[in-house]
Design a protein around this ligand. Structure first.
Ligand SMILES: [Zn+2]
Length: 286
């Protein structure tokens, strides 16, 4: 049991064999998803559909590599990030390795997969081929698409690792999270109650506050928002963790019902709270 008021510290532990096998399976999955992506892209006659195929590939890799990360049970956050970035990169590069095989550009498959320089040469060869074919994709546009693709896969990596900071040592699984917001006077009340609670507040006062689960878009001026995130182990519900950050909610300039949060200022990151507090919060956050 961790004492409420103390902070989570990643143990950094991992079982090398388990992590090694997970990574290897991850690489095979990356090649497979990359191959599917290549096949779907090749048989697709409408170039604009490519973005839907990309979205599917991103979704597929997010699901697959999340499972890999869960299975690895690694608490080494830096290593985990490196592995996920590698897997997402390989998903992207493997399509080029398959391109190379199909059009006989003459590079090795593994080079196209693992060596970024070879991948670039393959992309270049593909570019020349498109230019010769006078495809409307010729010129700089195709390269922009390739960069957007890579950015898409890197975004996926960021998304996968975003909520894998906390790990339950008893149940051997990553935490789940739930968040809600405080606005206007409730932000003032937060500071007031925190002050009254003194050094050892342990966020016992949080259940008294009125939370807003879903923010409404704003159109006039930015306004402050506070976000409270509860991290919990979905199996044992012990050792609950809270993180609090203040943000500015940005104006929805695109008129698409967006509620972007910018300028994050962390107030508390990864603090253990009492089970009673966490239970009330979880009910409030649903
Ligand atoms: Zn647990």
């Amino acid at each position: 049991m961790h004492t409420p008021g103390t902070y989570y510290k990643a143990s950094g532990q991992f079982i090398p064999k388990r992590l090694g096998i997970s990574t290897l399976v991850g690489i095979l999955l990356a090649i497979f998803i990359g191959w599917l992506y290549y096949i779907l892209g090749r048989i697709n006659p409408f170039v604009y559909l490519n973005f839907i195929i990309l979205a599917l590939a991103m979704f597929g890799s997010a699901a697959a590599f999340t499972i890999i990360l869960y299975h690895s049970q690694s608490r080494h956050t830096k290593l985990n990030t490196a592995i996920v970035v590698l897997l997402c990169y390989l998903t992207w590069s493997s399509q080029w390795a398959f391109f190379n095989q199909h059009w006989h550009y003459g590079y090795s498959f593994w080079g196209g997969l693992f060596n970024p320089l070879t991948t670039l040469k393959i992309i270049n060869a593909r570019g020349d081929q498109l230019d010769m074919g006078r495809s409307f994709l010729s010129g700089g546009f195709q390269y922009l698409c390739y960069i957007a693709e890579l950015a898409g896969f890197m975004f996926t990596a960021k998304w996968i690792t975003a909520s894998k900071d906390y790990f339950c040592e008893d149940c051997k699984q990553f935490y789940t999270q739930q968040a809600s917001h405080l606005l206007e006077t409730e932000i003032e009340n937060f500071h007031l109650l925190k002050e009254m609670g003194g050094e050892d507040h342990q966020y016992r006062f949080l259940p008294q506050l009125v939370f807003v689960k879903k923010l409404t878009p704003i159109y006039a001026a930015q306004k402050p928002v506070m976000k409270v995130t509860l991290h919990y182990c979905a199996r044992c519900h012990e050792n609950n963790i809270v993180s609090v950050s203040s943000f500015m909610q940005d104006v929805d300039s695109s008129n698409k019902l967006k509620t972007p949060l910018i300028n994050e200022q962390p107030i508390t990151v990864g603090m253990y709270i009492a089970k009673t507090t966490a239970d009330v919060l979880q009910r409030k956050f649903v």
